[in-house]
Design a protein around this ligand. Structure first.
Ligand SMILES: *[C@@H]1O[C@H](CO)[C@@H](O)[C@H](O)[C@H]1NC(C)=O
Ligand SMILES: *[C@@H]1O[C@H](CO)[C@@H](O)[C@H](O)[C@H]1NC(C)=O
Length: 363
């Protein structure tokens, strides 16, 4: 080295002075509680491009460099988990050229994560891609999976990138996985009991691969339909979600005399298991069951959610996980977000942390 001209030396000095000041500042901040999990909705890249009269693609690129700085600040501060909303399932509805550009940018950046000089190697980041990755184009999905595998042994800090994500999709997915597991469990149990001659009233009505549940409460309490009109209420008219399949369950209610007999609970794969009335006291699906299968189960709930551009909507992001989260929405557009926004958010968190802690304990 040592070949910098004066301007270069000056800017280098300035940069290391900046780093030094930042370290001091973070040292001071660390006297108080540091959030464990910081989440970001990166809003305003397009507005930024418009404002600066540059192309939309360039706006996204500015947004990316802003993200890299923010990640650096978070990790320097000792924040262990950072979650970013990179691409919503809703974003697929944007104009195809923009979606394609975004996917190309994503692919480039995801591949970049594995480079020697990337932030991942600098800070020992474990990367998770969170969301319905099947919806992504093949190259993006493959690249994402590669990064997850390659960083699986990192444990210092974690980056969660929500891609093809919405909160409602995450919840539905968790319920579906739960139902699948439960049905396997129950089939095994029935097989076992039937062979003992204890229970043999379980009947398989119709094979369905999975169950879309429009209303969890309702389906939990799903009783064997007394109306016997051939359709089970509550499952009928299930909404079409993300191009998923609609399952209507038809039931041949041949034995009308059975009603008002025992409550039957419907679990995935169309198995009806007759159980005693007491079932209500031990619900089949509990909160922890759903939570366990959430994509975000790999991290604690976020402490701070920052959404840029002054917007205060959550836009279907981490709805399940943000009940005790500090929301902060500075007016700056995402590419304009910098050190001071992070510092300000942490100060707000610290000012309110005893209150937030108390709230968490009340849960
Ligand atoms: C992670 O650790 C496991 C067990 O120690 C090892 O088998 C695997 O190759 C490691 N993966 C990477 C990407 O280093
Ligand atoms: C913390 O947040 C709660 C709820 O928003 C608010 O009532 C309280 O005044 C805040 N406390 C501080 C010190 O900011």
């Amino acid at each position: 080295m040592g070949r910098y001209d004066d301007g270069g030396t000056a800017s280098q000095l300035f940069a290391s002075w900046g780093t030094f000041m930042r370290r001091c500042l973070f040292g001071l901040l660390s006297v108080g509680p540091i959030p464990a999990h910081f989440a970001f909705i990166m809003d305003g890249n397009r507005r930024y491009a418009k404002k600066k009269n540059i192309e939309v693609g360039a706006g996204h690129k500015h947004g990316f460099s802003s993200l890299m700085s923010v990640l650096k600040y978070c990790y320097e501060l000792g924040v262990k988990y950072v979650t970013i909303y990179a691409f919503s399932i809703e974003n697929f509805k944007r104009n195809p050229a923009e979606v394609q550009n975004l996917m190309n940018l994503l692919l480039e950046k995801i591949n970049g994560l594995l480079k020697e000089e990337s932030i991942v190697n600098q800070y020992g980041v474990r990367v998770y891609f969170i969301g319905n990755l099947k919806l992504l184009s093949e190259p993006v999905r493959v690249a994402a999976e590669k990064v997850m595998t390659a960083t699986a042994n990192n444990s210092k800090v974690v980056l969660l990138v929500c891609l093809a994500y919405t909160s409602s999709d995450e919840i539905v997915h968790a319920v579906q996985v739960f139902c699948k597991h439960k049905s396997v469990e129950i089939q095994a149990l029935n097989g076992h009991k039937a062979s003992n001659g204890v229970i043999n009233r379980a009947k398989i009505v119709k094979k369905i691969n999975s169950l879309m549940v429009p209303d969890v409460e309702e389906s939990l309490a799903l009783k064997e339909n007394t109306a016997c009109n051939g359709v089970v209420e509550g499952v009928e008219g299930t909404e079409r979600i993300n191009g998923g399949t609609v399952y209507t369950v038809e039931e041949s209610c041949d034995n009308k005399d059975e009603a008002p007999g025992p409550i039957a609970s419907r679990i995935g794969n169309g198995v009806i298991v007759e159980t005693s009335e007491k079932q209500g006291e031990h619900p089949i699906m509990k909160l922890v069951d759903v939570e366990k299968y959430m994509y975000m189960a790999v991290a604690p709930d976020p402490d701070i959610l920052l959404r840029s551009s002054g917007e205060t909507r959550l836009s279907n992001f981490l709805l399940w996980q943000t009940s005790n989260c500090l929301l902060y929405s500075p007016a700056a557009l995402w590419p304009e977000i910098g050190l001071w926004h992070v510092v300000w958010a942490v100060l707000n968190f610290q000012r309110n942390s005893s209150y937030l802690e108390k709230k968490k304990k009340q849960l």
